[in-house]
Design a protein around this ligand. Sequence first.
Ligand SMILES: *Cc1c(COP(=O)(O)O)cnc(C)c1O
Length: 418
Amino acid sequence: MKKPFLTLAQAREIIKTYPTPFHIYDERGIRENARALRAAFAWNPGFKEYFAVKATPTPGILKLLREEGCGVDCSSLTELMMAEKCGFDCGEIMFSSNETPAQEFALAAGLGAYINLDDLTHVEFLHKTLGKVPETVCCRFNPGGVFTLGESKEGFQVMDNPGQAKYGMTRPQLAQAFTRLKELGAKRFGIHAFLASNTISNEYYPALARLLFETAADVAKETGCRVAFINLSGGVGVPYRPEQSANDIAVIGEGVRRAYEEILVPAGMGDVAIFTELGRFMLAPFGHLVTTAIHEKHIYKEYIGVDACAANLMRPSMYGAYHHITVLGKENAPCDHVYDVVGSLCENSDKFAIDRALPKIDRGDVLVIHDTGAHGFSMGYNYNGKLRSAELLLREDGSVELMRRAETPEDYFATLVW
Ligand SMILES: *Cc1c(COP(=O)(O)O)cnc(C)c1O
């Protein structure tokens, strides 16, 4: 059973100051999980997690993760600017983008970020943009073909099969990029690949690691380049459904260690650092979208209308993604009603749940939509003139802190020319 990190009494107290809908994050859960990840990779002295900013681009969260030893993975100008403002320094920023404008490469280089090149042609583009190449540079590898390992249906929609995905370079291009970068002055190299999203399998990272370690050993031999780090990127998933079981990060870390010992150490590459770029795994379970039931409707189906909508959480309408729902105060009531829980957009896809068995919901009930800490608020948008909600942090001591205020109509109108 999925348990919210918020009680009805707590929620009612918070709503007095911050009306629903809002996103709230659990500091304790975030810290404990970040520590478990570090412990799982403690065998690798250079290990570092670069949190994928796009999952939760909120300074309050990024600073908290920095305290837990994480860096950030950015993919756009504003994400880089946010990383800088949060105090992330040289070596604490990865820049993994694609179809990258020159201006963004320039800012990334200026911040001392590790630049991850998505394509062979970006080598010359980067060189032209900066007038040189950084001493340490990373290339994104795409092995092509199909890769299936514990992927969820919607994970597949995010990434597709490697052979159909727009990201990364082919194996021959990877060697070409390394060789050219070395000619241009690069001294240390990274290799990155992202093959599957939201995997519910302890085998994904170890299998990816094996592939990347073998590729790194071959390419190093072929080009004479020194591989300094291997970036396993994101993709470790979370159990959105109550019947799914969570990945065990300790088992995952141990699986990667075994591959490291078997492949990199014998290749004389026992000093390679392991990087990760997890987003979902770091944050999804530690965020709730809190919303109030404001209407009920009985037509051909039973509907509960809530004050949040797909503009606050796009995943259900975009991917048909499952998000568990708890009615606060009715945690132990029998789920003897079947509802569509819907938002107010003029789009019939705006449904947080379809045919969901839930306790009887009354107007004014407060609902928690689970696992919204990553790719939740951040995918929000202003369709139908909907305003983005506030983001709150539930501190370990039980206090609540505002990390982002809710948008106002003035924000919505701010860019208009009348
Ligand atoms: C989105 C993204 C991530 C994070 O993915 P998760 O599935 O949230 O772990 C990491 N790296 C890159 C390059 C990404 O685009």
